[in-house]
Design a protein around this ligand. Structure first.
Ligand SMILES: Nc1ncnc2c1ncn2[C@@H]1O[C@H](COP(=O)(O)OP(=O)(O)OP(=O)(O)O)[C@@H](O)[C@H]1O
Length: 257
């Protein structure tokens, strides 16, 4: 992470309303400002309903904010569609079923990920040419995925499927990677394995990444920066040594307060 470089992603005074112009109108994100710098690995925590998913939906383009702007490398992308943003942004969701096409094999899914954002698509005939690379990539995950390249993803375990989603999301080195509780649906051992792999990939590729988690330990252990969201506002934003010094108890206290 380099704060002396210009921000990759900027949220300027972003506000999101629901039930607009009704008596139930509520502001979810409350004029939020955020600058994400190249190589930032930000863990995002907050109680249920704090606005974490709304924040990610705003970054991904699923939600257009009612006020404020979203900028990528200084360019206004506030009104750019989700599809347009897939050129620079990848997201992995909590549900292992979300990131992959179930009837397609592991290799075919990986080919889809390679094709993403390219003007001219790669035909399935390119599968063979990419097989060796896919096998090598899958082998780095160390969970048997490399032996299942020709298996439809619906026949994979949840852990393997989520690992594949993660691989697909990082294959083309996205400028921004959003991890939306991506290990929450996995058993503790599998979850820990994917978290280690995540940390390794983010470091190796020097990715800029935001990760929502409800695991305090993971929020503290991983990343260079920690955000706490509460009632639509960022109530804590620490990085580097300051983050490293934080304890679980201090974070819990923030939630109580
Ligand atoms: N379309 C909507 N209509 C009404 N309220 C909404 C809508 N979308 C979100 N909310 C409310 O906005 C608040 C923030 O929701 P959001 O899903 O962003 O929180 P979160 O921090 O991701 O929560 P969780 O940890 O439970 O996933 C919640 O109180 C939620 O009920």
């Amino acid at each position: 992470m380099t704060v002396d470089q210009p921000a990759v992603l900027t949220l300027k005074n972003v506000a999101t309303l629901v039930n607009r112009n009704t008596p139930n109108e509520t502001k979810i994100l409350k004029n939020l400002d955020l600058q994400v710098f190249p190589g930032d690995f930000i863990t995002v925590i907050g109680s249920n309903g704090a606005g974490k998913s709304t924040l990610f939906n705003t970054i991904s383009g699923d939600i257009v904010p009612d006020e404020g702007q979203v900028l990528l490398n200084g360019q206004d992308i506030t009104h750019d569609s989700v599809e347009k943003r897939t050129k620079f942004l990848s997201r992995v969701f909590q549900d292992p079923k979300m990131g992959t096409a179930p009837r397609m094999t592991v290799a075919e899914n990986l080919l889809l990920a390679v094709k993403r954002g390219q003007k001219r698509g790669l035909g399935l005939r390119h599968l063979h040419a990419n097989k060796a690379r896919f096998k090598m990539l899958a082998a780095t995950m160390g969970n048997g995925l490399a032996e299942r390249l020709d298996t439809p993803t619906e026949n994979l375990s949840g852990g393997q499927r989520q690992t594949l989603s993660f691989l697909m999301a990082t294959l083309n080195r996205p400028e921004i990677l959003l991890l939306d509780e991506h290990t929450a649906a996995l058993d503790p051992k599998t979850s820990a394995g994917l978290m280690e792999q995540t940390s390794k990939t983010v470091a190796e590729q020097q990715l800029t990444c935001l990760m929502i988690t409800h695991h305090m330990e993971d929020a503290l252990k991983y990343g260079n920066r920690l955000l706490v969201l509460h009632a639509g506002k960022i109530t804590l934003d620490v990085r580097g040594e300051q983050k490293a010094q934080m304890t679980k108890e201090q974070i819990m206290q923030l939630f109580v307060d």
